[in-house]
Structures are given as structure tokens and as C-alpha cells.
Design a protein around this ligand. Structure first.
Ligand SMILES: Cc1cc2nc3c(=O)[nH]c(=O)nc-3n(C[C@H](O)[C@H](O)[C@H](O)COP(=O)(O)OP(=O)(O)OC[C@H]3O[C@@H](n4cnc5c(N)ncnc54)[C@H](O)[C@@H]3O)c2cc1C
Ligand SMILES: NC(=O)c1ccc[n+]([C@@H]2O[C@H](COP(=O)([O-])OP(=O)(O)OC[C@H]3O[C@@H](n4cnc5c(N)ncnc54)[C@H](OP(=O)(O)O)[C@@H]3O)[C@@H](O)[C@H]2O)c1
Length: 426
């Protein structure tokens, strides 16, 4: 069986691709089912699937047109020689201009690396052997009066140079610039810079696979891998844009048709307790629900006595209660022992999962004190940090620890030593 990997992804097809949100929701969260076919790919609840996106063909066409290339030109890439079209489609992230690419314009945009000052430039006509006339530019500093055959060039009158200087000397401006622009935007802004096909791709970010927490158990959904994907859509500079992989999955992957490169990214740590009588607490708002759907499927099949406490949350019950029917059925069957739902945009006050953790602080402490595993999945930047500090304050309050002792307990004992506080955050 071939070893499927980033260098050799399995060309999977999908059997389902639908929106999980209720009507009127402003979010687009999709359930996507990959068929494993005869790949031999195996996984366990908790693993992630790596998906290799393909750049939008329309964006590739626009980029080639803007750069005035046919796409048939040959270029050298980190993965060997191919046509420019192939490189822009499969090998580089063309939907977002990179800092490196902008910085690499330095040699072609100006002979100066420092901010350019007004210079006096002299033009010299030089006759060549074949009789044609060439103009040579002689850059020289001068504080003398400008002779009549000299020309003053203000580099800032060339907007490309002015913009380039601004971006490379101001990190914030650079971040703002690349946040909302792709290479079609950048070529328009740097239209005075000449490119060979090879120069066009130099400095572009290499195309990277994206990871998705698997939302199924292989025993419950044999032969398939289910994903819960939040589609990233935005509009900048009057053009609708998408995240590279989520746009690909949402807009250009048809059921039983499109081949999608994929391979497994197994976890060693984000796994269910071996002992099926161990209780688990799962905190998974938004797409953070994905691995917990897998865990709940597995726990149902395993039939152990361990209790399952799920904290889920999103904007509204009507629009973003992902997998409502399954969750309610699990609740009825007792697979979900306790279920907390935090709707952040349903009323005047934001309700987040950590608010419901606080309300249930004493019971959470009792479960943890009795050996429960504590799992968190979803947003790394805000949610996971707030859940972490809430857990510390719960353990401090109900476990009679000082805040410092509680921090030590959560971070050293639960996380590191006993490995029962586990996170899958992104
Ligand atoms: C271990 C792991 C598990 C994951 N599991 C899941 C999962 O189960 N489900 C899921 O949906 N995702 C998951 N992700 C995230 C996923 O890998 C991708 O990062 C995500 O789908 C975005 O990919 P993309 O290619 O569509 O976006 P990209 O093209 O990579 O762009 C994403 C970037 O767009 C930026 N962005 C957002 N809004 C705007 C805007 N308005 N303007 C400009 N830029 C903007 C974001 O900051 C982000 O940096 C997981 C990540 C990891 C590491
Ligand atoms: N660009 C886009 O269009 C777009 C769309 C969806 C998701 N995303 C990104 O994709 C990723 C996954 O999104 P997702 O759909 O899984 O949902 P998400 O954005 O993580 O939101 C899920 C829930 O978590 C809430 N939340 C926000 N901050 C929180 C905090 N500090 N603590 C606890 N809960 C918090 C949200 O509330 P509020 O949102 O009401 O604050 C929402 O109810 C996120 O990183 C998100 O930024 C981007």
C-alpha cells in the first residue's frame, strides 16, 4: 500500500458536501465526507486529515493575464520544473501576497535599498557597435544647479517605488497590505516592475496542506472521514475572496468527481482515555465540535460507563447549532450525559462556553478530581486561552488552591504529568 503523505497525497473523492447552518445564518460551516476507497488509509478518533488545496483557476488566469504570460512558460520550483500555470495552480499560495515576495522586488524596483531620495540623473547617449543608440543612466549626487540636459526624477512620483518603500519600512503597513491582497492586486500596484516567469514565483509562499480535525470514528463511519469546515469568505478591494482550502472545498469540490489530495495526520495525545469508565469533559465551540463528534461516536460504540459532558457554543441556536439532531439523539440515549450550550449572539449578552463552565464550576471540579479527562478544541487565540484561565480559577475555587497552586496543578499535573487536559486548538 503506498505511503500517503504531503509528497504523495491520496487522490480522494467526497461523497457529501453540505452546509450545516440553519437558514439565514451568516456562517458557512460545511460537513464534508471523504471516501477512503482503496487507499488503505486508517485513523482513530482524535486524528486530523491533511487536505491539499488547489488554487482557483480563475485567479490563476487573472494573474497570468495581468503579468502578460501564457502560462506555458517553464519555471523551476521547489518541486522541480513545470509550466508557470502548473506552478501557480498547485505549488504556491497565490491568494495572498507574501512579505518575502514584496521584499524581493528590491533589486528590480530600485538600485537603492534605503528609502530613495531625489537624485539628479544624467542621460548619456552611447553609440553601440551595430550603430543603434543606447541611453545610459548615470546616477550622481549633485548640489549644483541643474543643467538643462539633466532631468529630475522624483522616485516618489513612481507610485510603485513609493509604495514599496512604505511597506518595507513600516511593518504595520506591510501586514495591512498583505492581509487583503493577492498577486493580482500586487501586480497592479507594482506594474512598473518587470518580471520573468521565474521572477514572478520567486518569494511566493509554497502551497501548504491544511489540517482538519476528523469529525468521525472509523468504526462508526467505516471507509470515510468526516470533516466540519468553517468556510472563510471575505471581500477586499471590491472582489470576493476565500481562504485557499475552504474556498476550494466549498466552491470547487463536487461529490464523486473532484480529486482532492489528502493524507492522515495522526495524534499521539488528543485521544480518548483507554479506560472506558473514565469520565470526559469536552469544550468545543464552533468547528471545535469536530473531534467530539468523533469521540461521541466512539464512546457510543465502546459502550463504557464513562460519562460524557459536552460544552458547545456558537452564534445562535437557529443558525449555528451544528449537528443538532445527532446531539439531541445522543442526549436522549444518554451518550451525552450533560450538555451545555452557549449562544453568543442570541441575546444582549455574549454567552461563551467558559461562562457556562463557571456556572458549573463545582461539578467540573468534582469530575476532574475524580479523574475526568478535560478536552478543548477550536479557536486558539481567544477561546482556548479563556477556557484555560477559567479552568484554573475553577480548580482554585473548588479545589481550595491558591491561584498559583491551581495554575501549577492545571499546567503541570493535569496537562504534563497526567496528560488528561488535552487540546486541539488552531
Ligand atoms: C490541528 C488543526 C485542526 C484544525 N481543524 C479544523 C476543523 O476541524 N475545521 C476547520 O474549519 N478548520 C480547522 N483548522 C483550520 C484549517 O486548517 C485552516 O486553517 C482553515 O480552514 C483556513 O484555511 P484556508 O486555506 O481556507 O484559509 P487561508 O487561505 O489559509 O486563510 C486563512 C487566513 O485568512 C485570514 N482571514 C480570515 N478572515 C479574513 C479576512 N476577512 N480578510 C483577510 N484574511 C482573513 C485568517 O486570519 C487566516 O490567517 C484546523 C487547524 C489545525 C492546525
Ligand atoms: N472570516 C470568516 O468569515 C470566518 C468565519 C467563521 C470562522 N472564521 C474563523 O474560523 C475559525 C473557526 O471558526 P468557527 O466557526 O469554528 O467558530 P468561532 O469563530 O471559533 O466561534 C465559535 C463560538 O465561539 C465564540 N467565541 C468568540 N470568542 C470567544 C472566546 N474568547 N471564548 C469563548 N468563545 C468565544 C463565538 O462567539 P462570537 O463570534 O459571537 O464572539 C462563537 O459563538 C475561527 O478561528 C474563526 O476566526 C472565519
Amino acid at each position: 500500500m503506498p505511503e500517503w503523505s504531503v509528497k504523495n497525497p491520496y487522490p480522494a473523492t467526497i461523497s457529501e458536501n453540505y452546509i450545516l447552518n440553519g437558514e439565514g445564518s451568516r456562517k458557512e460551516t460545511r460537513h464534508i465526507v471523504f471516501k477512503l476507497g482503496d487507499s488503505g488509509l486508517e485513523y482513530k478518533a482524535g486524528d486530523a486529515l491533511a487536505v491539499v488545496p488547489i488554487c482557483p483557476p480563475k485567479l490563476v488566469d487573472s494573474l497570468l493575464e495581468t503579468a502578460n504570460f501564457s502560462g506555458e512558460e517553464e519555471v523551476d520550483t521547489h518541486q522541480g520544473t513545470c509550466t508557470l500555470r502548473e506552478a501557480l495552480t498547485h505549488k504556491y499560495e497565490i491568494h495572498r501576497v507574501s512579505k518575502k515576495w514584496i521584499k524581493s522586488l528590491e533589486n528590480r524596483i530600485s538600485s537603492n535599498s534605503t528609502p530613495i531620495e531625489i537624485q539628479i540623473v544624467s542621460r548619456q547617449r552611447v553609440s553601440t557597435i551595430d550603430g543603434s543608440v543606447m541611453i545610459e543612466w548615470d546616477l550622481s549626487e549633485s548640489d549644483t544647479e541643474i543643467p538643462s540636459d539633466y532631468e529630475v526624477i522624483d522616485p516618489h512620483s513612481d507610485s510603485s517605488i513609493a509604495l514599496w518603500n512604505e511597506l518595507v519600512s513600516d511593518q504595520k503597513k506591510m501586514e495591512d497590505y498583505i492581509w487583503s491582497r493577492d498577486y493580482v492586486d500586487a501586480l497592479a500596484d507594482f506594474k512598473n516592475v518587470g518580471f520573468t516567469p521565474q521572477e514572478l514565483i520567486e518569494g511566493m509562499d509554497r502551497l501548504k496542506p491544511r489540517l482538519y480535525s476528523i469529525a468521525s470514528s472509523p468504526d462508526y463511519e467505516p471507509g470515510t472521514v468526516h470533516l466540519t469546515v468553517a468556510i472563510v469568505r471575505y471581500n477586499h478591494h471590491e472582489r470576493d475572496r476565500t481562504g485557499l482550502c475552504t474556498g476550494f472545498l466549498a466552491d470547487r469540490c463536487s461529490v464523486d468527481d473532484t480529486k482532492i489530495g489528502a493524507y492522515m495526520s495522526p495524534t499521539r495525545s488528543f485521544i480518548l482515555p483507554e479506560n472506558k469508565s473514565t469520565d470526559i469533559i469536552m469544550i468545543g465551540p464552533g468547528t471545535g465540535i469536530a473531534p467530539f463528534r468523533a469521540f461521541l461516536q466512539q464512546r457510543e460504540l465502546d459502550g463504557g460507563t464513562g460519562r460524557n459532558w459536552l460544552f458547545f457554543g456558537d452564534w445562535t441556536e437557529e443558525g449555528e447549532y451544528l449537528y443538532r439532531e445527532e446531539m439531541e439523539s445522543w442526549k436522549e440515549k444518554g451518550v451525552i450525559t450533560k450538555h451545555e450550550l452557549a449562544w453568543s449572539r442570541a441575546g444582549p449578552e455574549k454567552v461563551y462556553v467558559q461562562h457556562l463552565m463557571k456556572e458549573n464550576g463545582e461539578e467540573i471540579w468534582n469530575w476532574i478530581n475524580d479523574g475526568a479527562y478535560f478536552y478543548v478544541c477550536g479557536d486558539k487565540e481567544y477561546m482556548a486561552k479563556d477556557v484555560h484561565s477559567t479552568l484554573i480559577s475553577i480548580c482554585s475555587e473548588f479545589g481550595s488552591m491558591t491561584p498559583e497552586e491551581s495554575k501549577e496543578f492545571v499546567e503541570q499535573v493535569l496537562m504534563k504529568k497526567e496528560k488528561r487536559y488535552l487540546r486541539d486548538v488552531y
